[in-house]
Write a new protein. Structure first.
Length: 149
C-alpha cells in the first residue's frame, strides 16, 4: 500500500537561491532526525546532469541555464520506503508571466514552499504473511535501495 500525503504549502518563500538553500538545509536537519536522506535537487541529480535533452527542457521552462535564476526548484529525499518532496516556487521570477498565470488559474500561491510525504507500507492484515515471506532473507546483507527515477 502506498500513501501520498496532500501537499502542505506556505504562503511565501524566502528571496533568492542562498535563502532557498538554507530552507533545504533546514529540511535536511529535520529529515536526518527521522531517518530520511538529504533532499536532492532535481536539476542537480546525477541522472539528469549529462542529459542534453533534459537540460534543454529546463532551459525552455525557465528561460535560463542558471539554476539560481529558476523560478522553481524541486527536490526529493528518499529512505527505503518513504520520501519527501519539496518544491520552492517564486513565479514572479518568470519573465514570461506564464508561471504566475498558471498559478492563478489553479489557485496556487505565486510564492511558496510546498511539502508532500509518501510511504509504502504493508497493511496490518498482511503483516504476518509479509514477515514469514522475509524469513529466508534474515541475516543477509540488504541491497542498495532504489527509487522510481
Amino acid at each position: 500500500m502506498t500513501y501520498n500525503s496532500q501537499s502542505r504549502v506556505s504562503d511565501g518563500v524566502p528571496e533568492g537561491p542562498d535563502a532557498w538553500r538554507e530552507v533545504l538545509a533546514d529540511i535536511d536537519g529535520v529529515l536526518a532526525g527521522h531517518g530520511l536522506g538529504p533532499v536532492v535537487l532535481e536539476h542537480e541529480s546525477s541522472p539528469y546532469l549529462d542529459d542534453a535533452r533534459w537540460q534543454e527542457e529546463l532551459h525552455q521552462r525557465f528561460g535560463t541555464t542558471n539554476p539560481d535564476e529558476y523560478w522553481e526548484w524541486n527536490a526529493t529525499s528518499y529512505s527505503d520506503s518513504q520520501w519527501l518532496n519539496v518544491t520552492l516556487t517564486d513565479t514572479t521570477k518568470d519573465a514570461t508571466g506564464h508561471a504566475a498565470d498558471e498559478a492563478r488559474e489553479y489557485g496556487w500561491p505565486l510564492r511558496a514552499v510546498g511539502l508532500s510525504f509518501g510511504a509504502t507500507t504493508v497493511p496490518a492484515e498482511q503483516r504476518d504473511e509479509f514477515r514469514r515471506a522475509l524469513e529466508p532473507f534474515e541475516g543477509l546483507d540488504k541491497p542498495e535501495s532504489t527509487t522510481s527515477d
